[in-house]
Design a protein around this ligand. Structure first.
Ligand code: WT7
Length: 662
């Protein structure tokens, strides 16, 4: 797979990029020596270190103890109370900075040929969030209730999540690209009674029918009592009387006074679902205090944020429906008092230069995107980049999957003008915030490596006994000590939490990524060690896609693997045993069947889970004990020559047949 493949070339990667002296001189952390000193101290005295970070934020009541740890259970800032929404908004207003812009939002469609931009100040946010918090209360939402949010990238999404945080409701945000059954599953898992959505959202000038998807989901579950609909695209929607309410009706005339609830540091802040090795997505739990402290510090250090620089404008291109958007569009940014840009739509609408046009118009200083996007830009052609002035940029970030050195170097040259440090940030939904990353003023980077552990993070590469392996030998990445934004569990499934993360290497957090450390002390991620594939920066469970396929009437059995894909990093390849006769390869019947299977997966799970390749077959290569030989399938999907031993195969002819059917 792509991760493993890039390792080979990475072993020869010897280009080094030191932070420009001018950048280092103004950075929060300006040399590797300073980083090393801070990092050693943060590991030696974690409680003192994290307390100093936490003191930079607002607490109603201070902690009695920084950390209580009994693996795998951590409690951070024990006894303290705070409110993350208060730290995002009220704190700036109370400091007299309410007129400063907090969120810059740009719509996807132009109006009369002009970009549509909305600036929301901290005062605006305080008013809108307080009003919406009162709306939630008026619909019976109480502290601890799970509120489901399924919206496009509109400011009201930020307002809705902040309103939940304000009153202590737990949000569960579902990415707008997911389908009705994903909504149903998450609503049921979280036992949610209220859902917030939009009529539709704009994506490449088309309306994505969010409300219609919700309606379909709610036919399959009757838990939801109230649906609040924000009107965005003005598409036609069906409103169920008594259950469905327009956002604007509820907001009309409601009080804008709603003090932030005093939350215990360990109160649940949100649940966010991520795919796992087995079919069912995991509701990752994040709590208030630790998550706030970690995302605040990492935003500040990784992007070298400067709140007092009036030109500072940070843009993360992720969707808020993913952890990247939670942590690095909203929750880590607003407490840093830096303007955060939110963009509604697609990178190639109306043309392939939309992002660069936006960087130029808004004068973006810090830019954060995914390798899959960078590879798409490379493919679309340099001319779309070259026609824009990108000289405002200072730091470039990547996240989501290993970045291949070619894409890294292109990003450095074409987007960063060879001037901007690149921060390749490794982390997960579960970790809440950055874990391994260069610091832009301190770290000499090398393309493809996510470099060093963040301050406070004790990362190592070990064997399955938990012993550190020598430099350059591959092993399992682990985090040996607790950190504030670590997941506190999987919603409703204690056993799965313990088994998934804490039993592979006893006593240590195991993220299920392979890694190695090079002689300079830089970490390289070599790919997943479980049945999760990272497609275009998104974590997808192969089992989940397999179960979706098996629910298609023509499918008897399915196996899904990843293969190297030039834009998405990893593509999805499905091997499907048909129920009836296998139609002739290349025939209209075969193509129609594959198309229908693809559409079925898109409907069940959402378009990102759609297979890139489907092979129809009457059998799969299995060992004599009946295990599907996934390694072999990966080679077939990648078009590799089969070098591995196939003697344990039950039927050797099957391999040639599968190769021919591709
Ligand atoms: C998995 C987590 C972190 C938010 C987006 C994805 C892979 C993530 C990197 C990176 C190599 C990376 C890992 C990880 N991953 N960032 N910089 N280099 N791999 O969050 O959906 O929870 O996926 O994404 O495999 O375990 P996620």
């Amino acid at each position: 797979m792509s991760g493993a493949e890039s390792t080979e070339s990475n072993l020869q990667e010897n280009r080094r990029f030191a932070p420009p002296a001018e950048f280092a001189a103004q950075a929060h952390i300006g040399s590797i020596e300073e980083y090393e000193k801070l990092h050693s101290r943060s590991i030696a005295e974690p409680e003192a270190f994290w307390a100093e970070v936490a003191e930079q934020l607002h607490w109603f009541k201070p902690w009695d103890k920084v950390l209580e740890w009994e693996a795998p259970d951590a409690k951070w800032f024990v006894g303290a109370t705070t409110n993350l929404c208060y730290n995002c908004i009220d704190r700036q207003v109370e400091a007299g900075l309410g007129d400063q812009v907090a969120i810059v939002w740009e719509a996807e469609p132009y109006a009369d040929g002009q970009p549509q931009v909305v600036n929301l100040t901290y005062n605006d946010l305080l008013r809108e969030v307080s009003k919406f918090a009162n709306v939630l209360k008026s619909k019976g939402v109480q502290k601890g209730d799970v509120v489901t949010i399924y919206m496009g990238m509109v400011p009201e999404l930020a307002i809705a999540m902040l309103a939940c945080a304000r009153i202590g409701a737990v949000h569960s945000i579902i990415f707008g690209g997911f389908s009705a059954s994903a909504i149903r599953d998450r609503v049921e898992d979280g036992k949610s009674k209220l859902l917030i959505t939009c009529d539709g959202s704009w994506r490449r000038a088309k309306n994505v029918p969010l409300k219609a998807n919700v309606d379909e989901a709610l036919e399959m579950t009757d838990l939801i009592e109230n649906v609040i609909v924000y009107q965005r695209t003005e598409c036609e929607v069906h409103m169920t009387v008594g259950r469905d309410h327009w956002w604007h009706d509820l907001m009309d005339g409601i009080s804008d006074d709603c003090p932030a609830e005093e939350m215990d540091a360990e109160d649940l802040l949100f649940i966010l679902y991520t795919s796992g090795s087995t079919g069912k997505p995991k509701g990752i739990m994040h709590t208030t205090g630790g998550y706030m402290v970690h995302t605040y510090m990492t935003s500040k250090l990784t992007f070298d944020l400067k709140p007092d620089d009036p030109d500072e404008l940070y843009w993360c291109t992720a969707d808020i429906g993913w952890i990247t958007g939670h942590s690095y569009i909203i929750y880590g940014l607003l407490p840093n008092r830096v303007r955060t840009l939110m963009y509604e739509g697609a990178p190639n609408e109306p043309g392939p230069d939309r992002f660069w046009d936006m960087v130029e118009r808004h004068k973006v200083t810090k830019f954060y995107t995914a390798p899959t996007a960078i590879r798409a830009f490379m493919k679309w052609g340099d001319e779309h980049v070259e026609k824009h002035d990108l000289s405002s940029l200072k730091v470039l970030g990547t996240v989501g999957e290993p970045i291949n050195p070619e894409a890294w170097v292109w990003y450095h040259e074409k987007i960063g003008g060879e001037r901007c440090p690149i921060v390749d940030t490794w982390w997960q939904t579960e970790t809440g915030g950055h874990m391994l990353t260069p610091l832009p003023g301190a770290t000499t980077t090398t393309p493809g490596s996510c470099c060093r552990p963040m301050l406070g993070i004790d990362a190592a590469v070990v064997n399955s006994d938990g012993e550190e392996v020598p430099n350059n030998s591959g092993g399992i990445l682990v985090i040996r000590k607790p950190w504030p934004s670590m997941l506190r569990g999987i919603y409703g499934d204690r056993q799965r939490f313990v088994q998934t993360y804490w039993e592979k290497v006893p006593g240590m957090y195991c993220p299920a990524d392979g890694a190695r450390v090079d002689p300079d002390g830089n970490f390289w991620i070599t790919g997943r060690i479980d049945d999760v594939i990272v497609v275009a920066g998104h974590n997808l469970g192969t089992m989940e896609i397999e179960s979706a396929l098996v629910s298609h009437p023509d499918v008897a059995e399915a196996a899904v693997v990843g293969f190297p894909h030039d834009v998405k990093g990893t593509g999805i390849s499905a091997f499907v045993i048909t129920k009836g006769a296998v139609p002739a390869p290349g025939s209209d019947a075969a193509e129609a069947m594959k198309k229908s299977m693809s559409a079925h997966v898109a409907k069940e799970l959402g378009p990102i889970s759609k297979p890139d390749q489907i092979r129809l077959t009457e059998a799969l290569p299995k060992t004599r004990s009946g295990k599907i030989m996934r390694r072999l399938l990966r080679d077939i999907a990648a078009g590799n020559e089969i070098k591995q031993d196939t003697t344990t195969l039950e039927d050797r002819g099957i391999v040639e047949k599968l190769q021919a059917s591709g």
